[in-house]
Design a protein around this ligand. Structure first.
Ligand code: GPV
Length: 830
């Protein structure tokens, strides 16, 4: 019998390793135990799903053990802690990630293998935890992985939605939404803490009262909902540290339960009404960025913020008597404006419950919050109607008014009577409806405002928060986003992972990503190149198989796989991609046999969800299907061109698609994508980028070299002037031609796409699809040309992976820790 030490060695079990053993035999015993006693199936008869459940419970046991040790250690050391507040976390699958981070993948595989199961098959039984929309939510997940791996004393806080992001079903080429019943089959990755719960209050009135001779405001709420904690352990890689993601679920409160019913109906109704409390954490809002003035949304925000702050304050008070120490022990990170009501809530607790007085409370509040903004789109800057806030959280509105009053006084001292500017900067927007500008509140009250890329930070300073920047330049920082190489290489691309480890002679790049740069030395080495191509081919075969099952289209792995996967949005310009595909199709159709021999075969892959109410985005999905239908069934074209739409894009689909891509598109109109993180995942996987100079692209260029990428399109500073120009002048003839084909019904659905075409023609074209078209086609042609030279292409691919180190979330988190949060590692000693 061979023992494992978790590092690929054969050292036998050591007491300090922990309570549970990680050799295959022990794991197997645990799996069988859980089959019998947790899943309650016979150990002589259980299927793949049950085996997945049992294996997950065995892994969960190990997570819990480490979780305990880590929390004990944090408690003992009492370091300054970071609390990461986010309404969205896109965790995806947990089993595959956990076994990698715990270092027990091979042992688990062996354990289930001996029971007649295949580890990969079991891992695929798991559905995604999709408690988020897109980039922002996946960023939170990557950052949790880095926080754990780098041993930071941090916790995440969020909402435990019953229904995550909708499932996308395609019927006849149209998107339909289906609820995501992700909890229906149980969730072994969470720990329900029935005893960790807090009352969260809503509505009611505010009264003036005398408390010990002092005049005080007292909020008399009308409704109470209970927040119950569900803990999700987040294991670090190569460390025992395991941090917590605490998600809150809404439950009825028994605070106002005792009542006298006069008949059965009353009694039944009372119970039914009570259950309505659960609505708050029922469902994730699926609109990637515009959600104005919805009461339920506001209640979700306050619900999770209030529970989290009660929890944080309780933990602080367990050890500390003096609130003035709070900022030395607690950092609160606001992930976009979604949790920003916590500013008013913390102020309320300090003022009304702790009775610290305004000055002292403000002194604490102004030192604990840091704010990261993830957009430049003005429609995404949340505004809450004052009426709504007054109704749901009357005391909070008062506090916000008071903060704003102090703010305006401070401003007047700085800038005098510049009323235009005062009203631009005010937290309160006066007008037909009075609104609270949550972004202004967040900027004013946070000690630090971060952008998510260098270019984004410039836009924040020069366009979005210019007035604030001029007065408080020192507040403004940026931390370019990053992604975790644990999930995006080690878990999702095991073949590439082994290859990298083999050539670097160490696996320490998994914790120290900078080591990847050493691959540059071998970029032209023909042995590495050959193995590199082999890995890509394996991943393309896996993807081709998936495409065939999902869409029935057979694709050749010799073709270039060209991928755009992300939420569908006008600014991300999937339309540009599709119009480019139509152009390519049109060209092929007009070639003779000989000319066709020179065409580089392509498989164009698009995937992504449209927000349910976003008509233009939905039409883009339909157009993609209509064009695909025509192209894929045209025998003139054959393998030279295929177009496929991958339905229900999510984290686990990304794990499959990204490693199998040759080229990926990040083609938003310059000045609109705050950062983009998909590009970083592709980069790590040796996939070339076709990109505009937007978001983090120019930082990627610095690492990879523009000569190893396909960059095109208007630059950020050119965009405003281009918008002024007449679109017919800017767009090339081929553009008019492909749009005409769509309008004329070449792909069916004549007239149906007119409203979509109108967005890019007749002087509108806000996102400059027409004016970037020619340069887009040039970039695509350059990619074709490069693909023909296999060695050169492979060299570029290796250089992408080698240059991706800067885009690890480990680097992002280290920068946040040092420059924004002021926290230090707190490593569990064994
Ligand atoms: I605001 N982002 C998102 O996914 N959802 C949102 O509601 C908002 C921003 C994204 C940005 O669009 C990306 O550019 C960025 O990379 C990502 O957030 C993470 O910062």
């Amino acid at each position: 019998e061979v023992g494992y030490d978790g590092n690929g060695g054969t050292k036998m079990f050591d007491l300090m390793d922990g309570f549970l053993r990680n050799d295959p035999m022990s794991l197997q015993k645990d799996v069988l135990h859980h089959v019998e006693y947790t899943v309650a199936r016979s150990r002589f008869s259980f299927d793949d799903f049950e085996a997945y459940q049992a294996l997950s419970h065995s892994v969960r046991d190990r997570l819990i053990e480490r979780w305990h040790d880590t929390q004990q250690h944090f408690k003992k050391k009492d370091p300054k802690r970071l609390y990461f507040l986010s309404l969205e976390f896109l965790m995806g699958r947990s089993l595959s990630n956990s076994v990698i981070n715990l270092g027990i993948r091979d042992q688990c595989a062996e354990a289930v293998n001996q029971l007649g199961f295949e580890y990969e098959v079991l891992a695929e039984q798991e559905g995604d935890a999709a408690l988020g929309n897109g980039g922002l939510a996946r960023l939170s997940a990557c950052q949790m992985d880095s926080l754990a791996t780098l041993d930071y004393p941090a916790w995440g806080y969020g909402l435990r939605y019953q229904y995550g992001l909708f499932r996308q079903i395609i019927l006849d080429g149209f998107q339909h939404e289906q609820p995501d019943y992700w909890l229906n089959f149980g969730n072994p990755w969470e720990i329900e803490r029935v005893h960790v719960s807090y009352p969260v209050k809503f509505y009611g009135t505010v009264k003036d009262e005398d408390v010990n001779g002092k005049k005080c405001k007292v909020w008399i709420p009308k409704e109470t909902v209970e927040a119950v904690a569900y803990d999700n352990p987040i294991p670090g890689y190569g460390t025992r540290n395991t941090i917590n993601l605490r998600l809150w679920a809404a439950k009825p409160s028994d605070a106002n339960d005792i009542q006298e019913s006069y008949n059965t109906g009353d009694y039944i109704n009372a119970i039914v009404n009570r259950q309505k409390a659960e609505i708050i954490s029922n469902v994730l809002y699926p609109d990637d960025r515009s959600y104005q003035g919805k009461e339920l949304r506001l209640k979700q925000q306050y619900f999770f913020v209030s529970a989290s702050l009660q929890d944080i304050i309780r933990r602080f008070k367990d050890v500390h008597g003096n609130f003035d120490d709070f900022p030395d022990k607690v950092a609160l990170q606001l992930n976009d404006t979604h949790p920003s009501i916590s500013i008013a809530e913390l102020m309320r607790v300090l003022l009304d419950e702790e009775h610290l007085g305004w000055k002292r409370s403000w002194n604490i509040v102004s030192k604990v919050f840091s704010f990261t903004t993830h957009t430049v789109l003005p429609e995404a800057l949340e505004k809450v109607p004052a009426d709504l806030l007054e109704n749901v959280l009357p005391r909070h509105l008062q506090i916000i008014y008071e903060i704003n009053h102090a703010f305006m006084e401070e401003l007047k001292k700085k800038i005098g009577q510049d009323y235009a500017r005062l009203s631009r900067m005010s937290i309160v927007e006066e007008g037909a409806v009075k609104n609270i500008r949550v972004a202004n509140l967040s900027v004013y009250c946070s000690h630090t405002v971060n952008g998510v890329s260098r270019a984004h930070s410039e836009l924040i300073k020069t366009r979005v928060f210019t007035d604030f920047y001029e007065l408080w330049p020192e507040k403004f920082q940026y931390k370019t986003n990053g992604v975790t190489q644990r999930r995006w290489i080690v878990v999702s691309n095991p073949s590439l992972c082994s290859l990298i480890t083999k050539w670097l002679g160490t696996e320490s790049w998994i914790r120290n990503i900078d080591l990847l740069a050493r691959l540059r030395e071998y970029a032209t080495n023909s042995d590495l190149q050959q193995e590199w191509r082999m890995v890509k081919k394996i991943n393309k075969m896996r993807l081709a198989e998936y495409i065939e099952t999902m869409s029935g289209v057979k694709v050749s792995v010799d073709a270039m796989f060209d991928v755009q996967i992300k939420r569908i949005h006008a600014y991300k310009r999937q339309l540009l991609n599709i119009l480019g595909v139509i152009h390519r199709y049109d060209c092929i159709k007009n070639m003779d046999e000989n000319e066709r021999k020179n065409v580089v075969p392509r498989v164009c892959i698009i995937g992504g969800k449209a927000p349910p109410g976003y008509e233009i985005a939905k039409k883009i999905i339909k157009l993609c299907h209509a064009v695909a239908e025509t192209i894929n069934n045209d025998s003139d074209v054959g393998d030279l061109l295929k177009l496929v739409f991958i339905p229900d894009y999510n984290v686990s689909v990304a794990e499959l698609v990204i490693p199998g891509s040759d080229l990926s598109q990040h083609i938003s109109t310059a000045g609109h994508e705050a950062s983009g993180t998909g590009s970083m995942k592709f980069l790590m996987n040796g996939c070339l980028l076709l990109a505009t100079d937007d978001g983090s692209t120019n930082e990627i260029i610095e690492e990879i070299g523009a000569e190893n990428m396909f960059i095109f399109g208007a630059k950020i500073n050119e965009v405003p002037a281009l918008r002024e120009k007449d679109s017919n002048v800017k767009a090339p003839l081929q553009f008019a031609r492909v749009v005409r084909m769509v309008r004329d019904g070449y792909f069916g659905y004549k007239d149906y796409f007119n409203s979509l075409c109108d967005t890019v023609e007749n002087g509108k074209d806000f996102y400059l699809v027409g004016s970037d078209f020619a340069s887009y086609l040039e970039a695509q042609a350059a990619a074709d040309k490069a693909y023909v030279d296999k060695d050169k292409w492979t060299e570029m691919s290796i250089l992408c992976t080698a240059g991706s180190g800067r885009f690890s979330s480990d680097r992002t988190i280290e920068d946040y820790a040092a420059q924004t949060w002021g926290i230090e590692p707190c490593k569990c000693p064994f």
